[in-house]
Design a protein around this ligand. Structure first.
Ligand code: NAP
Length: 416
């Protein structure tokens, strides 16, 4: 068999593959993401969502000697493929052909199922970029050959009194080529080792600045980082990479890999519209896209509509609140969903999408409207449900519109 394996040296543990797998063949422990050899059907649903290509490894093994997941958890590198016993080479070649055919079949089926049942996973979005998107560079710098960037700015962007400590961090690459597009991300290595004595793996952050730099025509980019002090259950923890990044000083060096991502990209058209839905630090790519449009609009190179739905606990915890509110109302239609603002009812982005259904539907009917959703995992299902309501209120069938948006590279998710 060709055993499907994930390269632990390149994997950035973003969980995309595990979410995309329709049959739970992928799992993880504190060290590695691994594939269960007895469950994986090589349907390839996990391949397009992997930002690094770590997912795309196949080693020929005898079926009863496939590497069990317990062994894969202990790896820090992939094993070498071993020669097969004599006489089996020919059979293996035949089996390769049969497996490829099964895989092609499976990929089609997985895609079809997710369109039909609206499964809330990465596969609910497009696996392709907008047709007009600029071509991205990906993986120029890898685990083995990371780029070094210098910190040229690190600013807290939530009020001092707010609980969320969110930082805007600017990284400069000097003369090292690091071409990026809005919607791409980078991964950063925190220094040090985990409890098992292995170097920490890299953590992924969306780029918050446009392609021509945080500062126009400089070789720099920015990221948005929230200092992690609690886990999902509210227990005190110290996030390894977020604390490292939030505590960096100007002049410090950082090891970076990327650029990552080839589908969450913006259209390259003066008349395209962007419908942006985000929570918290998921606003990073929306800032990049908005700023790109703002710079182009100054010379009339951008004339589309921007509509933003932005969720945060309170106004004080909203990253980039000040600069955002200074943008002209005829440039961007901003809708803030605050969930814990004293004296106000709890509101999520999906509530506002429903409230603005008529305007959202008017925008969605235009063929050059593209939708971007970024932030907490939970908002993915909520946003899909709200979009369904909007479309149905407009008198159309959601499965048809959803399938068209996906196929045309007009619906993109980046949620964690
Ligand atoms: P947060 O402050 O925990 O939450 C932001 C808002 O989303 C709050 O108002 C929250 O409401 C609300 N919310 C919670 N569940 C929701 C749901 N099911 N549907 C809609 N809204 C919901 O957010 P954060 O800590 O900044 O986290 C943002 C997420 O973005 C993280 O998961 C992060 O990994 C991800 N992200 C970050 C980057 C980056 O580059 N830094 C890029 C992409 C994605 P309540 O808590 O009051 O219920």
């Amino acid at each position: 068999m060709k055993q499907h394996l994930i390269d632990p040296e390149i994997c950035i543990r973003c969980n995309s593959c595990e979410e995309a797998c329709p049959i739970d063949a992928i799992t993880h422990d504190a060290s590695n993401y691994v594939v269960r050899p007895d469950v994986c059907r090589s349907c390839m649903a996990c391949l397009p969502v992997c930002p690094t290509g770590a997912i795309d490894n196949w080693i020929r093994v005898l079926a009863d000697e496939a590497y069990p997941i317990e062994e894969q958890f202990g790896w820090s590198a992939l094993p070498e493929e071993q020669p097969l016993p004599e006489g089996l080479e020919e059979d293996a070649a035949d089996e390769d052909g049969a497996q490829a055919a099964r895989a092609a079949d499976g990929a089609g089926q997985a895609a079809e199922e997710s369109v039909l049942d609206g499964t809330p996973s990465t596969s609910a979005g497009s696996g392709v970029p907008p047709w007009s998107a600029a071509h991205p560079y990906v993986n120029l710098y890898t685990h083995q050959h990371a780029a070094t960037a210098t910190v040229v700015g690190n600013y807290r962007i939530t009020e001092d009194s707010a609980e969320s400590d969110i930082h805007h961090i600017v990284l400069d690459f000097g003369r090292l080529p690091f071409p990026v597009l809005e919607g791409q991300s980078v991964a950063i290595f925190p220094p040090g080792e985990d409890a098992r004595g292995r170097p920490y793996h890299a953590r992924q952050y969306s780029i918050a600045s446009p392609r021509d730099g945080e500062r126009p025509r400089y070789n720099n980019l920015s990221i948005t980082v929230k200092r992690v002090t609690r886990d999902y259950d509210g227990r005190a923890v110290r996030g390894v990479c977020s604390n490292y990044l939030c505590d960096l000083h100007r002049g410090d060096s950082v090891r970076v890999i990327g650029p990552l991502g080839s589908t969450f990209l913006m259209p390259n058209l003066a008349e395209a519209n962007l419908l942006m839905i985000c929570t918290g630090t998921g606003s990073a790519p929306m800032r990049a896209m908005t700023e790109r449009c703002r710079r182009l609009a100054r010379t009339d190179e951008y004339r589309g509509r921007l509509m933003l739905f932005f969720g945060a606990r309170t106004q004080r915890e909203l990253p980039y609140f000040g600069p955002l509110m200074r943008l002209p109302k005829d440039f961007i239609d901003i809708n803030l969903a605050l969930s814990r603002e004293p004296g106000q009812p709890k509101r999520y982005v999906q509530d506002l999408l429903r409230e603005r259904a008529e305007d959202v539907w008017a925008l969605l009917q235009q063929p050059e409207t593209h939708i971007y959703v970024c932030g907490l995992k939970g908002m993915e299902l909520g946003s899909l449900d709200a979009l369904r309501s909007v479309v149905e209120a407009g008198g159309q069938r959601w499965p048809d519109v959803h399938a068209e948006l996906k196929a045309q590279g007009r619906l993109h998710f980046e949620t964690y």
